[in-house]
Design a protein around this ligand. Structure first.
Ligand code: MN
Length: 229
């Protein structure tokens, strides 16, 4: 193919146990998928069906990276999340078949410019400037599904400068991993390379320049980022 300029490299995520990388196609994110977080954001966890937003594929950032403090925001929030990596195409996937489409799992952070998201919400505008900015999707190495035991019951937590800010278990998800895949695949044909950030537990909080952030999910590789001073 002849392009008018050199095409951008394909964004990718590390895979545990191999030098091969997972090429990222799209990034889907679930909003308000833990009851306590839905409440802290002013929602009602009992009545709201899952909803989705997206980030560009090249928002992914490897673990152990130092990243620039994002532009325009005075209220950058961490959202610690389980990331599901899709390895097999599917549409209208029934919940009981969802696992067949999972390549693996990773620890990720949905970085959020909360002030810009709040301004967009207030005016009924899209969330892109609050959610889909450069380097907004740190993602640790993916653990292949066969090696990720009991992910549905794993603990999930995040520390900032060594202090715990978020702590929950994946079992607290309002919409389970299987249900998220099933509902999302009604709206989009899922493809290998798609990542799904499955939502964050309560405890989202602002980050500042120089902060050291580590997110853990039991049985998976941790995600670690440092914000430039
Ligand atoms: Mn999120």
């Amino acid at each position: 193919m002849n392009y008018v300029f050199q095409p951008h490299a394909i964004p990718s995520v590390a895979v545990k146990g191999t030098a091969k990388r997972f090429p990222v196609r799209r990034i889907f994110c679930v909003g308000r998928n833990y009851a306590e977080h839905a409440r802290e954001m002013g929602g009602d966890p009992d009545r709201e069906p899952p909803f989705f937003f997206t980030k560009p594929a090249d928002a992914v950032v490897d673990t152990d990276m130092e990243i620039a403090f994002p532009k325009l925001t005075k209220d950058l929030h961490h959202e610690m999340e389980l990331v599901v990596a899709i390895g097999k195409q599917g549409e209208s996937i029934p919940g009981e078949k969802a696992k067949e489409h999972i390549f693996g799992y990773a620890a990720g952070i949905d970085l959020t410019r909360r002030d810009l998201q709040a301004a967009a919400k207030a005016k009924g505008r899209p969330w892109d400037s609050g959610k889909a900015f450069d380097q907004s999707a740190p993602c640790a190495a993916i653990t292949p599904a066969a090696e990720a035991k009991n992910i549905g019951g794993a603990k999930i937590w995040l520390t900032v400068n060594g202090e715990t800010r978020q702590s929950a278990t994946i079992a607290d998800l309002i919409w389970s991993i299987d249900e998220v895949i099933s509902v999302l695949s009604e709206a989009f044909t899922l493809e290998p390379g798609d990542l799904i950030y499955t939502g964050t537990p309560a405890g989202v909080d602002p980050l500042k320049r120089g902060d050291d952030v580590v997110g853990h999910i039991e049985g998976l590789e941790p995600i670690h980022i440092k914000l430039k001073p």
